[in-house]
Design a protein around this ligand. Structure first.
Ligand code: NAD
Length: 430
């Protein structure tokens, strides 16, 4: 039985490697064109219906995404981006250009020069530049409905709580915080202010990951047996905040290992009932005086699925996972990259094994994630990855560190049901 939240993908392109034949299947479903949906309360006037053009290709060809039909600027949710470092400048702010429901209208930075340059480049009104001291003045700016927090991990809690108190919705980068206690404070602050909180788990809004979730939940790979996931990169400057425990909360585990951990949870929909970890840092490496270099960890899920994950801070980039079922497997490699994801699946079919590469539309992952949050804000929906999703990861991370220190597995309290920490699956758009 497919899981009720499993979202069927409408466009897929199957490249059959084993049979050297290209099989294109355009599966058009009658999903609503959400980007052209009616405007919400508070938005500026009615929006005309989405534009549709007659198709150019034969009906047997792969279905192309429809016209983008973005919301007009005055109907979009306005964001202040908080922290102008790598992820903000390289991915998040540029991604707004591909958003359909969201726009960046303000910046929060400790550097007025940098903020002014960024504002000029992205057409942001320089009067909408804030710093970490006058952050609360966002309260008086109705153009800003939400903040996107892209600060070092230990600052997420403070800037979430302050934003909620200033009446703003919060989209916060992963890891949600550096402790589960901070996560709880963030959730409570947003709840008591009546503001929405979402953690920026971009991979949960991305078509390849959504397709593997669908395959697993529809049991297309048979009974799920195990998951392997690896995420590692080679860190540079020993002085950067990622290598300072007070700012990062840990080393490779909360930064890149969290992708593996989160993947095992969203692929199964389950919460682990036992964890076991081992960590290692190269002696004398100045980068790993305070935080771990490599962490290997295992998770046991109630259905019997076992997961084996590795994360590293001293290895050449490796970002992959595989799910193994009784009838087949699916492998995403790279799995956690911003773009260029590749999916291979295998199934036994009589005398042969069919190995298939599936090519899907690859929209901007950050645009997808941001637009999902905007939709939740305008339509008063629960985000797919709310604060509870980030809290669950932090609780497990804390137990993984405890296990690595103790040298034995640690049992976790059981939880019942699937996707207990998630809101409804995101709508497919484009
Ligand atoms: P970064 O170091 O490039 O940027 C951090 C920003 O915070 C800088 O502009 C810096 O000036 C500012 N800052 C304010 N106070 C600071 C302080 N006390 N120390 C250091 N910097 C301070 O980091 P980044 O790579 O942009 O990461 C920011 C957040 O985004 C982190 O939580 C990280 O985990 C997350 N992230 C997410 C993804 C993703 O794919 N979703 C990718 C990279 C980073």
């Amino acid at each position: 039985m497919p899981h009720p939240e499993a979202t069927p993908l409408t466009r897929r392109n199957l490249l059959t490697l084993a049979g050297q034949s290209l099989v294109a299947t355009g599966l058009a479903s009658a999903l609503p064109q959400a980007a052209g949906a009616a405007p919400q309360a508070g938005a500026g006037g009615p929006v005309s219906p989405p534009i549709e053009l007659p198709p150019l290709s034969a009906p047997t060809e792969q279905k192309q995404p429809g016209l983008p039909n973005p919301m007009p600027p005055d109907h979009r949710v306005g964001y202040a981006v908080v922290g102008l470092g790598h992820i903000a400048l390289e991915e998040v702010i540029p991604a707004f250009a591909e958003c359909k429901r969201s726009r960046v209208v303000a910046l929060v930075s400790g550097s007025p020069e940098k903020a002014t340059t960024v504002a000029r480049r992205h057409g942001i009104d320089p009067r909408n530049i804030y710093n970490y001291k006058n952050y609360e003045d966002l309260r008086n700016n109705p153009a800003v409905q939400a903040v996107y927090i892209a600060l070092p991990n230990s600052m997420h809690a403070e800037y979430t709580v302050r934003a909620a108190r200033a009446g703003k919705h919060v989209l916060c980068e992963k890891p949600m915080a550096t402790s589960s206690r901070d996560c709880q404070q963030m959730i409570e602050a947003c709840n008591s202010a009546g503001r929405k909180l979402m953690i920026a788990y971009r991979q949960q809004y991305e078509p390849y990951n959504r397709e593997i979730i669908r395959k697993v939940r529809a049991r297309e790979l048979g009974d799920l047996k195990f998951i392997t996931a690896d995420n590692g990169q080679n860190q540079g400057d020993p002085m950067q905040w990622r290598l300072k425990r007070a700012l990062s909360g840990g080393g490779s585990l909360p930064d890149v290992g969290i992708y593996c951990l989160n993947a095992t949870r969203y692929l199964t929909g389950e919460e682990p009932i036992e964890v076991f970890a081992r960590s290692w840092s190269t002696p004398g490496d100045p980068r790993f005086k305070e935080v771990e270099e490599t962490m290997v960890f295992e998770l046991r899920f109630p259905s019997g699925v076992l997961a084996s994950c590795t994360c590293g801070y001293g290895n050449h980039r490796l970002q992959r996972y595989a799910v193994a079922g009784s009838l087949g497997w699916a492998e995403l490699n790279p799995a956690f990259a911003y773009r260029g994801l590749r999916l291979r699946t295998a199934r036994a079919e009589g005398k042969m094994e069919r190995v298939t590469e599936e090519q899907l539309n690859q929209p901007n992952q950050f645009s997808r994630e941001i637009d999902h949050f905007s939709q939740c804000v305008t339509e008063d929906r629960r985000p797919h990855t709310p604060g509870e999703e980030g809290l669950a990861d932090l609780r497990i991370i804390e137990q993984l560190y405890a296990s690595a220190q103790a040298g034995h597995p640690i049992a976790l309290p059981p939880s019942h049901g699937l996707d207990v920490t998630r809101g409804p699956a995101p709508a497919e758009e484009g």
